[in-house]
Design a protein around this ligand. Structure first.
Ligand code: GTR
Length: 419
């Protein structure tokens, strides 16, 4: 009886919160985006040098009002490597776990990188780096991979019980990480469980990397998305150090909330050569001002820990945000950015995701790159792109699929990362 009541409550609550969302294009309010190329002094940005200055201004605005800046703190870092047998791919690849330990007087955080590198290429290896949701063991069915002991989201069908990964979770998310395809194209894959960096629940910032600081973040300091992005940079520190890897050819990729983190990591850390947002939606690639699908209020209500607390001031006040997501795309220039959406993922607002990518064009243009020609969302399953910006709308649901990967790998080849 009690269970039925809980289920009913959940359905009512879900349908209530969904019905409060807009999925009707004609209901998108009229909006004016903040100017990308007019700096805070009111001057038009006309050169790369002027853009570098403007870039700094935009980065600070995102830090202060949305993702939160990383506070200064000291810690020591070290790493250890454990080579895995990886019997079924051993002919073509090596697989290992590299554990990065970050430590200070307040605690220790261990970030375990599952690193798989192809054997079939000479020279340094280009690598895709992406956080995963359910633990490294869920990305590939190798029984030697450490079963994460950190908090995971997901249910029985993924082998997760009470936010703990069980043996059943091994390989449960392998479809999101098509290792054979990635390796066959000559790329390596580095993946890390996001919960190693910051477990994805609202605990007042007492766990994950936040626990290396004595105080909870101030209103303009990092939430969980910024912590994940910071963690991606710590993994990047390792990748550029590892002599087998080409540190100039690392693509950072993320799906959904982890796509938000990939974009923010790519914006802050200019070492990433390619930044890939898969279905990242609100707080990721989608323009906030469209208020289509997930809104600022909806995301802050359900995930109060993702962004800095200043961002909560913009619930239902998107028009007052000093930034919008086309500016996030522009921060990645002149490096490459790929945005992808899915037809059945209206919650993430495919049109808003494409539009922000398109509107960043003038900054890529400053660097001498062509801009995307069409301002309208392209038809499904028709990837489009320039040498620095690319997009596709996949038929189907909110997910990261081999089709998506195929496009990312092709684009990485196109821009020369695979060479
Ligand atoms: C949803 C959330 C989205 C997206 C997604 C995910 O519940 O509203 O912003 O991040 O989760 O990460 O799968």
């Amino acid at each position: 009886m009690q269970k039925q009541f809980i289920v009913l409550f959940f359905i009512l609550q879900t349908s209530w919160s969904m019905s409060a969302q807009n999925y009707d294009e004609s209901m998108v309010p009229s909006y004016t985006l903040p100017e990308l190329l007019i700096d805070t002094a009111g001057n038009q940005v006309q050169s790369v040098a002027e853009w570098e200055n403007r870039r700094g201004q935009i980065l600070s605005l995102f830090e202060q009002h949305m993702y939160g800046r990383v506070p200064d703190f000291a810690y020591q870092t070290s790493h250890t490597t454990r080579v895995l047998d990886a019997a079924d791919i051993a002919e073509n690849a090596t697989q290992e776990e590299v554990t990065i330990a970050l430590e200070n007087e307040y605690g220790q955080v261990q970030i375990i990188i599952l690193l798989t590198l192809p054997k079939n290429r000479s020279g340094k290896v280009p690598v895709f780096l992406g956080l995963n949701f359910q633990g490294n063991q869920a990305t590939y069915p190798n029984p030697e991979i450490t079963l994460t002991s950190n908090y995971v989201i997901g249910g029985d069908q993924l082998g997760i019980q009470n936010n703990k990964a069980t043996e059943e979770s091994r390989g449960a998310r392998a479809s999101r990480w098509p290792l054979d395809l990635i390796l066959s194209k000559g790329y390596g894959l580095a993946t890390v469980h996001c919960g190693d960096i910051d477990p994805d629940f609202d605990d007042g910032f007492k766990n994950g990397v936040h626990a290396l600081l004595p105080e909870a973040p101030a209103s303009d300091q990092w939430g969980t998305v910024a912590a994940w992005a910071w963690g991606l940079s710590r993994v990047m520190d390792y990748l550029v150090y590892d002599g087998r890897i080409d540190g100039e050819k690392v693509a950072v990729i993320g799906h959904s909330r982890l796509g938000k983190a990939a974009l923010w990591a790519g914006a802050i850390d200019q070492r990433f050569a390619l930044v890939i947002s898969n279905d990242s939606g609100c707080g990721g690639a989608a323009l906030s001002r469209r208020q289509f699908g997930e809104t600022v209020e909806a995301i802050n209500d359900r995930f109060p820990h993702w962004f800095c607390s200043n961002f909560h001031q913009y619930n239902q006040l998107e028009n007052q945000l000093p930034v919008d997501q086309h500016m996030l795309m522009a921060l990645i220039a002149p490096r490459a950015v790929y945005v992808a959406s899915a037809t059945e993922d209206q919650w993430a607002d495919p049109k808003g995701e494409y539009t922000s990518l398109y509107l960043a064009g003038p900054v890529f243009n400053l660097f001498g790159f062509k801009t995307l020609e069409q301002d309208q969302l392209p038809p499904a399953d028709t990837p489009i792109g320039t040498d620095r910006q690319a997009y596709h709308l996949r038929t189907g649901k909110h997910d990261l699929t081999p089709y998506d990967w195929q496009q990312y790998l092709d684009f990485a080849d196109h821009i020369g990362i695979g060479r």
